[in-house]
Design a protein around this ligand. Sequence first.
Ligand code: BG6
Length: 520
Amino acid sequence: MSGTNGTHSGGPDPCVMVLFGASGDLTHRKLIPALFEASRRGWLPERFALVGVSRTAMTDDEFRERVWPTEKGKRIDAKEWGEFAQRLHYFAGDAGDPAMYAALDTHLGGIGVKSGVSAPGCSPNILFYLSVAPELYEPIIGCIGESGLVTEGRRWCSINPGAAPWQRIIVEKPFGSDLASAESLNRALGRVFEEDAIYRIDHYLGKELVQDILVLRFANSIFEPVWNRGHIDHVQVTAAETLGVGTRAGFYDHAGALRDMVQSHLMQVASLVAIEPPSEYNAAAIMRERIKLFSSAVPIPRERAPEWAALGRYGAGPDGPAYVNEKGVDPARGTETFAAMRVEFQNWRWSGVPFYLRSGKRLAAKVTEVVIQFNRPPTNIFRRLGPGAEPEDGNRLVIHVAPGEGLSLMVYGKVPGQEMRIAHTELELDYTERFGGEALEAYGPLLVDAMRGDRTLYKHRDEVEGSWRICQPLLESRRLHGAIEEYAPGSWGPRGADELLSRDGRKWHNPGGQPDGAGA
Ligand code: BG6
């Protein structure tokens, strides 16, 4: 059971995970490999089983064969995989059909007993996972509600509340496609599950260096005094990808970069940079701060959206066709593959400090980073020494989320020699080198957290709605969408993104020293 603050320090509870969307891409690519890795590291509860649900008819063995992960291009060793795979089961059925659930209930009871999760005649703890097409979310949640599988909210009337099994649900993104649909999904979830049984997943929150933001800020005392408008000029959050839409056009063409990345992942990352110190490291305290932060965002006037954001779409290049010619794309939809926006928080810490967020496909590098740009020194005492003796900019702290996890702090130093010359250099912390180990797939620890009842790295209803509220005027602006610019694949995006910053007298930090984004 989770504590009242939504954070749990104990181990994961025995449970059966019910994975809706078991034949989908995410299951095969991310979820099963993450669970396998968690099992290999001994993080999964000893008594654990997974039941994959989807419409395709398959036996347990066929399902295990289908989701068998690879490592460095080779299938995982059969013996190692075989042991774990025994925990995987399959149930064929239409999750949107209420008639399926009685049989699923019986099946879960059987699996619960077989895997030692529950005693005969008792229901197991159930962790639902929604990894299906978004339009199926509400029907499935409704069916789960009607099926009577969820008893958690009724625990108060149980004779022995401590012995009652729990039911939790992890909801994959996209969490809605705008504010209204996110509110509707939250209402549907709230009709069936208690808020503290709802786990809105954002895999960026599981990334080590994203989690490190709070450690950096609050386990050290040197940063917090300068972490404000008095010392920070602006913040940038970049998530750039080199790949195009690939085989995901069916989903992506309805979403676009703003919904797919900015409203979700980037807003969350920015929030950890910007929140006030939580009273303690626990879910309730952190969620409270994020909700407060999002509600302090300066509302973007829809009619002035182009001053706050820029959208782009990749053109044709040596590695593939233009987005509009990708398989499954409807050019008439006018979907963007790049989005950049400015967010301002109207509070005592950040008033007047812009946060610039950008993300795009087919850009110059696969990189996710946060840049904290500090102010320039208030005066330059070296000014009389002439060129070469002048700090060009303020200090810059870069949080390298991926790849190359680490931190670098740009500082100025004296170049050795008789003359006074100043050059910038980096103080670097390479996480892998310093702490060892490989960067983990973010999903594994997040799934284990849900089994422990720990929501610290998940999102609250109000913050999801809060971040949609910030983006909503951009989604609705015809002028913004009418001005989508094509950009050259391998660049840093459209000219409009550069202009967004240059209008404010700033420029993007383009990692790796590649040239600034040039419009196609
Ligand atoms: C997903 C988006 O949430 O994140 C994808 O739907 C994107 O479009 C992916 O490619 C990026 O994740 P990561 O962890 O590779 O940065």
